[in-house]
Ligand binder design. Structure first.
Ligand SMILES: Nc1ncnc2c1ncn2[C@@H]1O[C@H](COP(=O)(O)OP(=O)(O)O)[C@@H](O)[C@H]1O
Ligand SMILES: [Mg+2]
Length: 455
């Protein structure tokens, strides 16, 4: 139970991190050209086009052992760009999103944490025949209960689901592991999915042809999936990607030590022996033609927080045969490398910088800020009056894009409280007063510093 709770908390953190970028669906490119607005992305054309080239290289396997650095001022879309890259790569390419500070807060040794991170970013595509339940979801009921540590947060607890094929149907009840996946993958009635019981996984193929035909929308970007034939429960060749880290964990479980069972503790470190065994197994599978490697991406945000030891580790990792692709992001110019007295461009060692292609993001124009706010609001189903949009845009210009974006949801709450379906200017003004921007906050605290000094 405990292990599961820890896993849940990690998943929730991941969820919160992505929420700010939920409107970013890709890089919005036509070929290698960026459109002004597409896939939720606005402007920043050059950076998006550069990123598009990187995506092509990664997909063609021509970028392993290399990396990119996204450098630009705060709020200029560096993280958004990395997420756009992840979306373009598709869900089969592992993408590990790391805030540099996590390296220090982890309860494991830094090298262990980094090794795990690297192994999370290397996928193995495996072919296997398995028993699965497969069909169109025709009924779905997900039960929730309060989060164990945060009762205001509801988490999926269990679910019942009905699957249909052209000649069969079956009702299943599934436990929390599956219920969480159903929510995470946004499974809805009308989706075609497969449930791999032994593997504990759910795979969503897409919307059923049957449902798309019935719906009123004439145009949809989704590729319709034909209704599966045969029985719901069937043997099927499965092709899926697991990461080396998942294989390490699975391997470690079968030799779990007594103490960890007794205390119910999460496995913090993985024996190097176990990793060697996993590598051997994977090599064997590759030889037999049952598997292939999929190098993924490690994205390290705010990388100026990394210290010299970590940089040395990463530099070495990039030289190795089996290396993921690294994407760094920073908003620092010339600054000291953490753990040294040396100043360096982007606070990174020169030898590492030398391996990286650098993409710059630039500050946004007023027009871009307006469009970004519009897109985010639409994505989060928030309606703004023209005046409110204009006011937020000006806040974005004066203070920062992120400040303006962060006021959206609070303003929505205030509007709803006043029974207004749409956010008016006065709602924005109200939350602007309640949540100050950095400049105002610093001025405010300074004013008190003075009072203290004049004692
Ligand atoms: N060009 C863009 N198009 C759409 N949304 C953007 C764009 N640039 C930034 N955003 C959004 O603005 C917010 C701040 O951008 P972010 O990527 O976090 O900036 P940075 O990482 O450079 O500090 C995020 O919610 C992000 O998704
Ligand atoms: Mg960022």
């Amino acid at each position: 139970m405990e292990i599961r709770e820890i896993a849940e908390i990690k998943e929730l953190r991941e969820f919160e991190r992505i929420a700010a970028h939920s409107h970013i669906k890709g890089l919005g490119l036509k070929g290698l050209k960026a459109e002004f607005i597409a896939d939720g992305f606005v402007g920043q054309e050059e950076a998006r086009e550069a990123a598009g080239i990187i995506v092509k290289l990664i997909k063609e396997g021509k970028f392993a052992g290399k990396g990119i650095l996204i450098a630009g001022p705060p709020g200029s879309g560096k993280t958004a760009l990395a997420i756009g890259i992840a979306k373009e790569l598709g869900k089969d390419v592992p993408f590990v999103h790391l805030a540099a500070s996590e390296i220090y807060s982890a309860e494991v040794k830094k090298t262990e944490f980094l090794t795990q991170t690297l192994r999370k970013a290397i996928g193995v595509r495996i072919r296997e025949v398995r028993k699965v339940y497969e069909g169109e979801v025709t009924e779905l009921d997900i039960k929730h209960k309060p989060h164990p540590y945060n009762p205001y947060y509801q988490i999926p607890y269990s679910a019942t689901i009905k699957l249909e094929t052209s000649e069969d149907s079956k009702k299943l009840s599934v436990d929390q592991t599956f219920a969480i996946q159903l929510v995470q993958q946004g499974v809805e009635i009308g989706d075609i999915i497969a449930i791999d019981v032994d593997g504990g996984r759910i795979v969503k193929y897409g919307k059923s042809e049957r449902v798309i035909k019935k719906s009123e929308e004439e145009l949809t970007a989704e590729k319709p999936i034909p209704l599966p034939k045969g029985k719901v429960l069937k043997e099927k060749e499965f092709v899926y990607v697991v990461t080396l880290h998942q294989l390490d964990l699975a391997r470690a479980k079968s030799s779990i030590d007594i103490a960890s069972i007794f205390f119910g503790a999460e496995r913090k470190e993985i024996d190097s022996e176990i990793r060697k065994e996993v590598d051997e197994i994977v090599k064997e599978l590759i030889k037999e033609g049952k598997a292939e490697l999929v190098p993924g991406v490690v994205f390290i945000d705010e990388c100026s927080l990394l210290d010299i030891e970590t940089f040395a580790f990463l530099n070495r990792a990039m030289e190795q045969e089996l290396s993921p692709i690294f994407i760094f992001a920073t908003n620092r110019g010339i600054a000291p490398i953490r753990g040294t007295d040396y100043k360096s461009p982007h606070a990174m060692p020169i030898d590492l910088l030398d391996r990286l292609l650098i993409i710059n993001t630039r500050p946004y124009t007023e027009r871009e800020i307006r469009e970004i706010i519009k897109i985010k609001a639409k994505n989060d189903k928030i309606e703004l009056s023209d005046e409110a949009l204009e006011y937020l845009t000006q806040l974005g210009v004066k203070n920062s894009l992120r400040y303006a974006m962060q006021l959206l949801h609070p303003a929505d709450i205030v509007a709803k409280e006043e029974n207004s379906k749409i956010i008016e200017k006065k709602h924005v003004e109200r939350v602007e007063k309640l949540f100050v921007d950095t400049k105002k906050s610093v001025e405010y605290v300074k004013q008190f510093e003075k009072q203290f000094l004049e004692y």
